[in-house]
Design a protein around this ligand. Structure first.
Ligand code: 48N
Length: 315
């Protein structure tokens, strides 16, 4: 076998790695000259060592985890309210360390579809202005607009949020408790000061395997937008009740679009010191009506949560 050629597992010959890997498997970031984008049967990828792939992920992910152990704002739930909030905060406050925690592998919450698994998404005016700001096309129906597929809204918003330098998303990660400490300003009060996290698959299996302890992320402001349904819906609203910080749940009321949407937007606020609640989680916390398959209030509630967060941080 010619020197410098490594027989790979199929016995075929593959180009040798052009630079010997240094200690940590890096090839000095220099691309091999063998790369060829040839669709006539001779497509050549740059060579790689398998450990390089692991190290490329591990280093970045755990550097991110280390850095965001202390964040400025934590947003729980990457649904339409949480993502809209992250967009406004990330856009207007580029120096803020914004960390989103999303239990699902796929962020987006209920905003991948409209209603009853149908794909078009209805947004009542004036929330269409957010679509203009993000650059999402829609059909104008007068008092409301229709995005042809909810996934167009969510994927566009997600791409904008994730491209912001100061926004980090930990998906497949759950908030499974809150950090509640004496308020440093008024020791007679308690203040939410962070979140307790675990991989979602672990959080969902605490009943099958004990002693899988969590991790923590601290922040002066927590924004909870965990929705009203799903395996962890209204998580913080329920946790605040079970820890006695809030007396009882308001419980979501029946559907009334004209009452529900303004009440969710206008009711978006700091529900306990350090924790702002947004989106449909508020309907469970404060007993607001549901609006069903119209999403304008989620976008506006997310923006209001961002405004409320800045009021707290500027104090
Ligand atoms: O989309 P959701 O569920 O929540 P919102 O408030 O962003 O949007 C609600 C909206 O989709 C509706 O429900 C519409 C308007 N319908 C109303 C109606 O009347 O039926 O997103 C919440 C996200 C989800 O992605 C969850 O996976 C996530 O929050 N989540 C969590 N992430 C981390 N830790 C948790 N404990 C947790 N709980 C939920």
């Amino acid at each position: 076998m010619a020197p410098g050629i490594i027989a790979d597992s199929f016995g075929e010959q593959s180009p040798v790695l052009h630079q010997k890997a240094n200690g940590n498997g890096a090839l000095n970031g220099v691309m091999s000259p063998d790369v060829r984008e040839d669709y006539e049967g001779n497509y050549q990828f740059a060579p790689i060592e398998e450990a390089q792939v692991s190290r490329a992920m591990i280093k970045r992910y755990f550097d991110m985890m280390y850095d965001r152990a202390v964040s400025d704002v934590v947003i729980i739930g990457a649904g339409s309210a949480g993502l809209s909030c992250a967009y406004h905060l990330g856009n207007t406050q580029p120096d803020l360390k914004i960390t989103i925690i999303e239990a699902n592998v796929a962020p987006g919450g209920g905003a991948w579809l409209g209603g009853q698994l149908m794909s078009p998404m209805v947004i009542r005016k004036p929330a269409d202005r957010f679509l203009d700001e993000v650059g999402i096309p829609y059909e104008d129906e007068g008092n409301f607009v229709v995005v042809k597929h909810a996934a167009l809204f969510t994927s566009t918003l997600l791409s904008k949020v994730l491209s912001m330098e100061n926004v980090v998303l930990f998906n497949a990660t759950s908030v499974e408790d809150l950090i509640i400490l004496p308020d440093p300003v008024d020791l007679t009060r308690q203040r939410v000061a962070g979140v307790v996290t675990n991989w979602t698959l672990v959080s969902l299996n605490h009943d099958t395997q004990s002693c899988m302890d969590p991790n923590v992320i601290t922040a002066p402001v927590i924004i909870s937008s965990t929705g009203h349904d799903g395996p962890m819906g209204a998580f913080c609203a329920k946790r605040l009740v079970s820890t006695g910080v809030v007396k009882e749940l308001g419980n979501m009321r029946c559907l009334d679009m004209n009452r529900a949407e303004p009440s969710i937007v206008n009711g978006t606020k700091e529900v306990v010191p350090g924790l702002i609640m947004a989106g449909m989680e508020l309907s469970e916390h404060s007993g607001m009506n549901r609006m069903g398959p119209t999403f304008g209030a989620m976008m506006a509630s997310g923006k209001k949560a961002a405004i409320e967060a800045m009021k707290i941080l500027k104090k």
